[in-house]
Write a protein that binds this ligand. Structure first.
Ligand SMILES: NC(=O)C1=CN([C@@H]2O[C@H](COP(=O)(O)OP(=O)(O)OC[C@H]3O[C@@H](n4cnc5c(N)ncnc54)[C@H](OP(=O)(O)O)[C@@H]3O)[C@@H](O)[C@H]2O)C=CC1
Ligand SMILES: Nc1nc(O)c(N)c(N[C@@H]2O[C@H](COP(=O)(O)O)[C@@H](O)[C@H]2O)n1
Length: 220
């Protein structure tokens, strides 16, 4: 499976403010670029923190671009949600696009039953928290060869820690959000030892809207 993380950060590296409300960092041209990346992928993954903060629908993608890259259907929406906290009325569960929840064995049965009634597919991986290597292997067995990840910082840190990220693209917008509690692209515990820092190779730098798109491949 190829895993591509894409996000928008402020000039000081924040995904949002300390209030963790959705902030529009990208401009129109960058959102069009995001729609093309969605079109290139079989599924789009977010953490439940992003679902609770942003209530994303993740249905928009560039249909012409999808056809041109030879993909059919629509990208599946995926949430890493150990305890099935996704609200039943969340936008990510609405509409025709399929949604898969990655949960752990700690997810309450009644919440899973309610979500399954809403036609959500469920992957159980891990005891307390979603075991990402296991969950992504199951997604792959269900036909997800190309996975886009749209955040947030807790989930992306875990994906890096598990060595699961192949490519990282960031739109860096021309604004400063500040705040030591504000989320960044890789939060979690953080890496400490040099040997554990994921190393990246810079593949591209492009001015887009009033910001810059940086593209990296993750060194193996
Ligand atoms: N500017 C941008 O491009 C974007 C900005 N954002 C912003 O980011 C913020 C949300 O980010 P954040 O709070 O970090 O939330 P995340 O979206 O990263 O979700 C984190 C949650 O995912 C669940 N999870 C399940 N399995 C794992 C695992 N193995 N490792 C880590 N987490 C796991 C955890 O909840 P549990 O234990 O219950 O499973 C965890 O609390 C919001 O402010 C949002 O607006 C988000 C996306 C893009
Ligand atoms: N690329 C990008 N730029 C921004 O400025 C953003 N705030 C985000 N946020 C992500 O987009 C999701 C919302 O998508 P839909 O409106 O549902 O299509 C949001 O949940 C973040 O993952 N992204």
């Amino acid at each position: 499976m190829h895993v591509h993380v894409n996000a928008a950060v402020s000039a000081d590296g924040k995904l949002s403010t300390r209030r963790r409300e959705q902030v529009r960092i990208s401009g129109d041209e960058d959102f069009a670029r995001v729609d093309r990346i969605r079109a290139e992928n079989d599924a789009v993954l977010v953490g439940v923190g992003t679902v609770l903060a942003d209530d994303p629908s993740l249905v928009r993608f560039d249909r012409d671009h999808r056809e041109s890259v030879g993909k059919s259907g629509v990208p599946t929406r995926v949430v890493a949600d150990s305890r099935a906290r996704t609200p039943p009325d969340a936008a990510i569960l609405a509409g025709d696009a399929p949604t898969t929840l990655l949960v752990s064995e700690a997810a309450p049965i009644d919440r899973l039953s309610a979500l399954r009634e809403a036609s959500v597919s469920v992957v159980v991986a891990g005891t307390e928290r979603v075991d990402l290597p296991c969950a992504l292997a199951e997604l792959e067995s269900r036909g997800v060869a190309d996975l886009m990840v749209e955040g947030g910082g807790e989930l992306v840190f875990s994906l890096f820690a598990d060595g699961l990220v192949d490519a990282l693209t960031l739109y860096v917008g021309s604004l400063v959000l500040g705040g030591r509690e504000a989320p960044t692209i890789a939060d979690g515990e953080g890496f400490v030892e040099r040997a554990s820092f994921p190393e990246l190779s810079l593949d591209g730098v492009e001015r887009v809207d009033d910001g810059v798109v940086l593209q990296w491949t993750v060194d193996s």
